[in-house]
Design a protein around this ligand. Structure first.
Ligand code: FUB
Length: 309
């Protein structure tokens, strides 16, 4: 596999107050992690789609030791890893997780199923962890209209959760093997959306992280979407709307994930940063994520992008 080195900081002087993408390849829906001593970002591939729809069939991987110089590690897997999937099924926003010495890859396929693959190393090779989908709209009660955008959260007591879904946020417990559902798929409740803004709703891109005793549920409000968040004292909610993390971008989607490492927090997301870019040609970047003393999150402004870790 050919590895391409990209030093993100090189792009910074090209435009004043510009964000810095981690790669010159069109990519989106970042799933950032710190695995085995370095940073890994799994992503949707926007460079191999038709340019008019998100119809690529492979996922991409970027790695970095310092969050400045990024390596393009190619496509660690595509939809053909899942024999039950149509070979031309669209490969959307992925998720990864590490548990019990194994690396898991959660793969939304075709808009109606989520598969899970497993590997011994974070870059693969990945193999299907089951003989069928982990989530299947046609099979599973309350899977929702569009089971996409998986996100995994493991609580301090070891309980793992899978979040996913469009328009109605879904959450389900995972068994310790990380590839089996443990109980019903539930809807997450979000209270307190501001009445003066009728556009504030749950759209897609669920993500859950914990800070102290509080659970932070972030998501995109739609198409286009803001990244907003809500908090709760248990993973299952109910959640209370708290505010905007990242405002609308000049593209039709917004999709975030929070990476915490060595006492710092980062918001990874996609934007329109590269020449020739657009709603189907997105680019991945990140910004520091900061908290106020009362636990609320400071809104990220696009100008903060490119800050050194
Ligand atoms: O990349 C395809 C879709 O666009 C993702 O599943 C959504 O989160 C949005 O970013």
């Amino acid at each position: 596999m050919k590895t391409v080195v990209f030093v993100a900081a090189f792009l910074a002087p090209l435009a004043a107050a510009a964000q810095t993408p981690i790669t010159p390849r069109f990519s989106a829906d970042p799933s950032p992690h710190f695995f085995a001593g370095q940073f890994y970002v799994y992503a949707t591939d926007d460079a191999s789609n038709s340019g008019t729809y998100w119809d690529s069939t492979a996922w991409r991987l970027y790695t970095s030791k310092d969050m400045k110089t990024w390596l393009d590690k190619g496509a660690p897997l595509d939809v053909t890893v899942f024999k039950w999937a149509k070979p031309d099924a669209k490969a959307w926003a992925p998720e990864a997780a590490f548990r019990h010495g194994k690396y898991f890859f959660y793969a939304p396929i075709g808009g109606d199923k989520i598969g899970v693959a497993v590997a011994k190393r974070p870059e693969g090779p990945f193999r299907d962890a089951r003989a069928n989908a982990l989530i299947d709209k046609a099979r599973d009660p309350n899977a929702g209209d569009e089971p996409i955008d998986p996100a995994v959260f493991v609580d301090k007591n070891g309980q793992a959760y899978l979040l996913f879904g469009t328009r109605v946020p879904k959450i389900v417990k995972l068994k310790a093997d990380m590839v089996t559902l443990d109980g019903p798929i539930r809807n997450l409740t979000i209270n307190g959306f501001p009445r003066e803004d009728s556009k504030k709703m749950y759209g897609e891109a669920p993500f859950l992280h914990r800070r102290g005793g509080l659970y932070y549920f972030s998501f995109s409000t739609g198409w286009p979407g803001q990244i907003v968040y809500a908090t709760a004292t248990t993973p299952l909610g109910p959640y209370q709307y708290r505010g905007v993390i990242l405002d609308y971008l000049p593209i039709s989607t917004n999709h975030q994930a929070v990476l915490e490492h060595a006492g710092q927090s980062w918001l990874f997301y996609h934007d329109n940063l590269l020449s020739g870019g657009g709603s189907h040609r997105r680019s991945i970047t990140y910004a520091p994520l900061r908290y106020n003393r009362d636990g609320t999150i400071e809104t990220v402004t696009r100008q903060t992008i490119g800050a050194k870790p």
